[in-house]
Design a protein around this ligand. Structure first.
Ligand code: 3LM
Length: 401
């Protein structure tokens, strides 16, 4: 049973380290900064990698290790590394694979801080980045240079929900010997396992669906034993964005309900998207579960369902979009996603504010685009809240005109 291929079983059992001392069902929290060696020789052997065992919290912790094993099992990779935030995972994973003079091909639309890191910080260290539309194979091929080392993208993309064909990207990456890296935060391994399509490294903001309860900031990278060892021994160890044992414990607990939560997120989001798609005050809805969506044909192939997040454009002005969001009574105006609560935010002024106006336009992020992370509330209550806020916005538009 521990080798079940079913994700519902794996989220609960796979990767668990049995508590040999007391048989605790729940994973013990090893709240310790350091580990005592039996003698000097043992300490030296551990530092040399000649003996298994823990040394110091920044180099590894048993509670964090269990989470890493669980995530590797879920993402179908050999190993995983845990970080203190999603951005800790993004930066450490990229830097472990790059040196001065290298070049990255990255998606033009990305989470705002990832874009800021690539567009603003990396060039200061001599790492060049080309931003391309990852749905355009020719554009990707044209962007690859002799010094390209990495290809980086998200699918679905934050915030416009465009779907990238993972298998197409990995085949280009293999042709050119590039390290392929995908951010799988929006889907989680309950819906999408990119390793099946040949991706080298899979990143998560564990802050989101993996934990699922809005009380942790954390990140994870999954990949081959060799890749993870390289990250752990370089950018994780020496830059130090490690996960705390308490946070690892919360995520392990959150993971156990990942499948059931994601199932409800998806069914609620599907109904919300269908409701919004026919609403006269909504210009368009980007939700992968709608047959009108660009990524819909990949459902059932690359991903199991449309997920819990959508972005939609208000049929109106920026002020109308603001009026709509401010009128919501149950949905919270907050960044982040994948929590029990429905969260709504305005990418242009919030998550994607690191983009300049022109960059936002080419990434498909308009002033009237709103992103909704559909929560686990009763679907009637979510739709009721959206309906009353859209009605208030409609009244306002009629008064102004
Ligand atoms: C957000 N996103 O609201 P942390 N990768 C993806 C993400 O969406 C995020 C990260 C990495 C949001 C956070 S904006 C200030 C709030 C696809 C985070 C980074 O470092 O754990 O926040 O993950 O879209």
């Amino acid at each position: 049973m521990t080798h079940s291929k079913h994700v519902e079983t794996k989220t609960i059992h796979a990767g668990k380290i049995k508590d040999a001392q007391f048989g605790a069902l729940s994973t013990p929290i090893y709240q310790t900064s350091t580990f005592i060696f039996d003698n000097v020789q043992q300490g030296a052997a551990r530092f040399m990698g000649e003996e298994e065992g823990f040394i110091y919290g920044r180099l590894g912790n048993p509670t964090v290790r269990e989470l890493e094993r669980r995530m590797a099992a879920l993402e179908l990779t050999e190993d995983a590394a845990a970080f203190g935030s999603g951005m800790g995972a993004v930066s450490a994973t990229l830097l472990a694979n790059l040196s001065q003079g290298d070049h990255i091909v990255a998606s033009a639309a990305l989470y705002g801080c990832t874009f800021a890191l690539l567009n603003h910080k990396f060039p200061q260290f001599g790492i060049e980045v080309s931003f391309v539309d990852m749905t355009d194979e020719e554009a990707i091929r044209a962007a690859i240079k002799p010094n390209t080392k990495v290809i980086y993208f998200e699918t679905p993309i934050n915030p416009n929900l465009v779907i990238i064909d993972i298998a197409k990207i990995t085949s280009i990456a293999k042709e050119h010997q590039l390290v392929s890296i995908v951010d799988n935060t929006f889907m989680s391994p309950a819906l999408q396992t990119p390793a099946e399509f040949g991706i080298d490294l899979i990143i998560h903001s564990a802050t989101k669906y993996l934990n699922g309860h809005g009380d942790v900031i954390a990140g994870i990278t999954c990949g081959s034993k060799e890749q993870i060892e390289n990250i752990k021994l370089t950018t994780l160890k020496d830059m130090g964005a490690v996960m705390s044992p308490n946070d690892a414990w919360l995520i392990i607990r959150g993971l156990k309900t990942l499948s059931v939560r994601v199932e409800r997120h998806c069914s609620n989001a599907q109904k919300v998207a269908e409701f919004l798609e026919t609403h006269p005050r909504i210009r368009c809805v980007n939700y992968p579960g709608l047959p009108s969506h660009q990524g819909f044909p990949l459902i059932g192939k690359q991903m199991q369902a449309g997920g819990g997040i959508m972005a939609f454009e208000i049929e109106g002005t920026f002020d109308d979009a603001v009026a709509f969001m401010n009128s919501l009574e149950m949905c919270s105006i907050a960044v982040s996603l994948g929590d029990a609560e429905s969260l709504i935010q305005h990418p242009a002024s919030m998550t994607h504010s690191p983009y300049e106006e022109e960059e936002r336009a080419s990434a498909g992020i308009s002033e009237t685009l709103v992103r909704l992370s559909v929560g686990l509330e009763n679907i009637e209550d979510i739709i009721c809240d959206l309906t009353q806020a859209l009605e208030k916005m409609d009244k306002r538009i009629k008064q102004v005109s």
